[in-house]
Design a binder for this molecule. Structure first.
Ligand SMILES: [Zn+2]
Length: 156
């Protein structure tokens, strides 16, 4: 039996979650599409994974809204927009492709309410802001307020 590394509760076999990740043993054989991903046991319980789906997004927005200096804002803008759970719940983790829990395949996407258009729009905004950070801070601050509004409308 496993123990969830976030909440320390025991995960009984019937409650185990599996996560779909790139298969390390086949990663250098690009033609083998079927074997490219593999299910691994999760170190987190289902409840914590679900909590992370909304918590990670909310934290990202909160940090962006409350960045108290331009360096921090720039740093936040330089990380990729978080869209998926990762295997270690950090920005450096490998994105989880899907979850498997109690006989069901479940999405590993964060709860953001973003569609493809929103995401594209947001990426364009962020690219523009990154350029403005290089050119002049004042304009970037103004845009940061705009982007915060977009985020707020998308977050649930
Ligand atoms: Zn847990």
């Amino acid at each position: 039996m496993r123990t969830c590394i976030i909440c320390y509760t025991t995960i009984y076999p019937q409650d185990e979650v599996e996560i779909l990740l790139p298969n390390p043993s086949i990663i250098h054989k690009p033609n083998n599409i079927l074997g490219r991903y593999k299910w691994f046991p999760s170190n987190y319980c289902f409840t914590c994974l679900e909590m992370c789906k909304s918590h990670i997004w909310k934290t990202y927005i909160h940090n962006l809204e409350n960045a108290h200096c331009n360096t921090i804002t720039r740093d936040i803008l330089n990380i990729p927009i978080p869209l998926w759970l990762t295997d270690n719940m950090t920005i450096n983790g490998r994105p989880i492709k899907a979850l498997y829990y109690r006989g069901q395949m479940i999405s590993s996407k964060l709860y953001t309410n973003m569609n493809d258009f929103d995401y594209y729009h947001l990426q364009e905004k962020i690219k523009k802001m990154q350029m403005e950070f290089q050119n002049g801070i004042q304009k970037a601050i103004h845009d940061r307020e705009n982007i915060t509004t977009i985020f707020q409308n998308m977050a649930i």
